[in-house]
Design a protein around this ligand. Structure first.
Ligand code: BGC
Length: 736
């Protein structure tokens, strides 16, 4: 263990910034080695040779697992943990110390260019999946880097924009997933984001990096900057930023040295961040040697299994799916042979191999299918001729499987999408195909949600998101029923962009984006406005059907709530169901969305089997952030517990009565009558005094006075000195 007092000031400054794009600096004199940090998060992107960070330089081949948009749709933490283990193994073989992911930013708008790298519009799904991934990675002695901390929900102006978020949504939506991962998985590192949060750069925000992250949540790992996120390194170190990445060429190291020398930076702050870098380096050293080579086949097989669990069957009229192997199939759409399986930017993996749906369907089908491209991915070629050929192929076939998607150049890190529609030529194609053959199945490839104007006329739709390198075979597994689909949406698919709760407040202007929808993000917003959607959050079908028994809920000694429900597989094949538990508090004193996800479980049931699902809802998860006292409060009351197959398919409801946390709201003469009446000590005193008044006080009058500050009234309904006496009593230490 290095004693940092042996380091010179210059060495400390130098250790806390990168040597180049991907490595830290060493101090040979004290035996401190350099370590390597690389992207992530759905595969290893270790660049060979000269490095850049936007994916231009080639990286070593690695398994490309489904990006978070796909993996999230499995809702399966165990599966995510297995992916994490595989990522850890690949990193260790390549001698990578920290893999830069996962990302748990909330999908606030369907337009965010990086939504494919994030799990959900909901913090419980995001936090649960990311914690599992982190556990898996770190089980191999490789660090994870939870990113991008915080409120980085768009790409537009991402290096400067201020995300202006009120305290409740900031805590309850945007920070909550980070908090869960820190608590459940202790990531070795966290990456702060580029943007500002309420005006302050994340990379230099002492509230974010120290008060919240370390003092409140107990994080004891290292905070690194996103690549180029440092605005003022000296302010960053004072705020708790441990490592600047990538290298600043020594420029900011010199600033630190100068700041310590001129007294503007306390050397103890530099010592603290240096210590964390040294601690990280020694954690990596403990890993021991890992042996290669990579088992490419085994990891590809895992990528296939995982991808099969990520597809979401949006609809399946007349049980058009699964396909019979003997069917005469027309495979249409360029994506079937040129798949889109990952997003672009810093997470782009150089896959060990890539499966296509076209090859996989040909392998599985007993009759040779026909293929028609239908459109091109680069606007070349004769679109009309391609469409006509595809429509003719569909008309001749028993069933048409049409692969549609968002062109790669529309979705990437670095910019947001301008709209959420599929290209016009693809929409025209599918309209003509379904007119020619009503037995049409659409398979989608897209990193962010798209509008589905054909949803009513096309009988079967499989949302494939981005499925990683084995997505092609996994898609065929689901199409032919070798895998029974069990993915569920982790984001709402709206009917129109204009319906999205963030619409009008995204992406902001002139350096600010106002999170004007507050708590009403994603399904919380669609539900509170009672707005129709194309497919709701949590939705996803199966080739079997599930029946739910009556749910029950009980409180455990530790305060957490256990929800139990039986689930029966009432159909012909084994299948998995994601049982979702939502709560609400109808009598709440604060704003609450109609329903919020608080827990979920994946159950596997054979045909005809009944299994019992037990879902633990953490008491903490029921808390809201109370801005009067700046802390989490669980309100007492009768909570409604909805259990179902999606946010809009609630199968059984129960309730649970909970005692609330004590909240001592400080009272003053500016407190309202209602606030004083609600106070556990002052309330009864005020009631007694009011009742003692000659003639008492009418309830209507009390209602009218409810929001008057008590200090504004003198003589009616009470003399001011009586009110002052009540307030004073509350302030006495033992208040008798
Ligand atoms: C991205 C990070 C990534 C880093 C290194 C940044 O541009 O925002 O997610 O880990 O580059 O490539």
């Amino acid at each position: 263990m290095t004693d940092i007092s042996e380091l010179t000031l210059e060495e400390k400054a130098s250790l806390t910034s990168g040597a180049d794009f991907w490595t830290t600096k060493s101090v040979e004199r004290l035996g401190i080695p350099a370590i390597m940090l690389t992207d992530g998060p759905h595969g290893l992107r270790k660049q060979a040779g000269d490095s850049d960070h936007l994916g231009l330089a080639a990286s070593v081949p690695a398994t490309c697992f489904p990006p978070a948009v796909g993996l999230g749709s499995s809702w399966d933490a165990d599966l995510a943990e297995r992916v994490g283990v595989a990522l850890g193994v690949e990193s260790a073989i390549e001698d990578v110390a920290v893999i830069l992911g996962p990302g748990v930013n909330i999908k606030r708008s369907p337009l965010c260019g990086r939504n494919f790298e994030y799990f959900s519009e909901d913090p419980v799904v995001s936090g649960t999946m990311a914690a599992a991934l982190v556990r898996g990675i770190q089980s191999q002695g490789v660090g994870a880097s939870l990113k991008h901390f915080a409120a980085n929900n768009q790409e537009t102006d991402r290096l400067r924009v201020s995300s202006d978020v009120d305290p409740r949504p900031l805590r309850e939506i945007y920070l909550r997933a980070f908090q869960r991962v820190v608590r459940d998985a202790s990531p070795w590192t966290i990456m702060c984001s580029y943007n500002r949060v309420n005006g302050v750069y994340a990379s230099e925000d002492p509230w974010l990096l120290t008060s919240v992250l370390r003092d409140e949540w107990g994080f004891d790992g290292l905070v690194m900057s996103d690549w180029g996120a440092v605005n003022d390194r000296v302010a960053g170190v004072a705020a708790g930023l441990d490592l600047e990445m990538p290298s600043s060429g020594g420029r900011t190291d010199a600033q630190l040295v100068a700041a310590v020398r001129d007294g503007s930076l306390d050397e103890r702050a530099l010592d603290a961040v240096t210590q964390r870098v040294v601690d990280l380096v020694s954690k990596v050293g403990d890993r021991g040697a890992q042996s290669g080579p990579l088992d490419v086949e085994a990891h590809h097989a895992l990528a296939r299994e995982v991808a099969g669990r990520c597809l979401v069957l949006l609809k399946n009229d007349s049980e058009l799916l699964p396909l019979a192997r003997e069917a005469r199939i027309a495979v249409i759409g360029e994506f079937a042979r040129t798949p889109r399986y990952q997003g672009a930017g810093s997470s782009q993996i150089n896959p060990t191999r890539v499966d296509t749906s076209w090859d996989a369907i040909r392998t599985e089908a007993s009759i040779e299918p026909v293929f028609a491209a239908g459109f091109t991915l680069d606007d070349s070629g004769n679109t009309d001729a391609l469409r006509e050929e595809a429509v003719a192929a569909a008309a001749d076939a028993e069933v048409a499987v049409v692969f549609l998607g968002v062109p790669a150049e529309e979705e990437s890190e670095g910019f947001d999408r301008q709209h959420m529609d599929l290209p016009a030529d693809q929409l025209r194609l599918v309209t003509e195909i379904v007119a020619a053959n009503s037995r049409t199945i659409v398979v989608l490839s897209n990193g962010g949600a798209v509008t589905l104007p054909f949803a009513d006329s096309v009988p079967a739709i499989l949302e494939g998101w981005l499925l990683g390198q084995a997505g092609g075979t996994a898609t065929a597994d689901v199409l032919f029923g070798a895998v029974n689909p069990s993915g569920k949406l982790t984001e709402t698919i709206p009917l129109r962009l204009e319906d999205a709760p963030s619409f009008g407040n995204f992406p902001g202007e002139h350096g600010h984006v106002r999170y004007g929808e507050g708590l009403l993000v994603g399904y919380r917003g669609y539900d509170s406005a009672d707005r129709a959607v194309a497919f709701p959050f949590g939705h996803g079908m199966s080739y079997t059907s599930f029946e739910y028994g009556d749910a029950s809920a009980s409180e455990r000694a530790d305060g957490d709530i256990v929800v139990s429900v039986s689930v029966t597989n009432a159909g012909p094949v084994a299948g998995r169901e994601v049982v979702q538990v939502y709560t609400s508090l109808p009598e709440s004193s604060v704003q609450r969305p109609p329903r919020e996800l608080k827990g979920f479980a994946v159950v596997l049931a054979e045909a005809g089997e009944t299994v019992n699902a037990e879902i633990v809802l953490r008491r903490d998860e029921l808390a809201y952030w109370d801005t009067r006292v700046d802390r989490w409060i669980v309100e007492g009351g009768s909570y409604r517990v909805d259990v179902g197959a999606s946010s809009r398919d609630i199968r059984t409801t129960t309730q649970i009565d909970l005692d609330g946390d004590d909240v001592a709201i400080p009272l003053s003469l500016s407190s309202s009558f209602d606030e004083v009446l609600a106070h556990p000590v002052a309330g009864p005193l005020l009631t007694d005094s009011l009742e003692a008044q000659p003639g008492g006080i009418e309830p209507e009058m009390l209602k009218m006075l409810g929001n008057f500050p008590v200090g504004r009234l003198d003589g009616f309904p009470l003399p001011r000195r009586d009110l002052e006496a009540i307030i004073d009593k509350v302030h006495q230490p033992h208040g008798d």
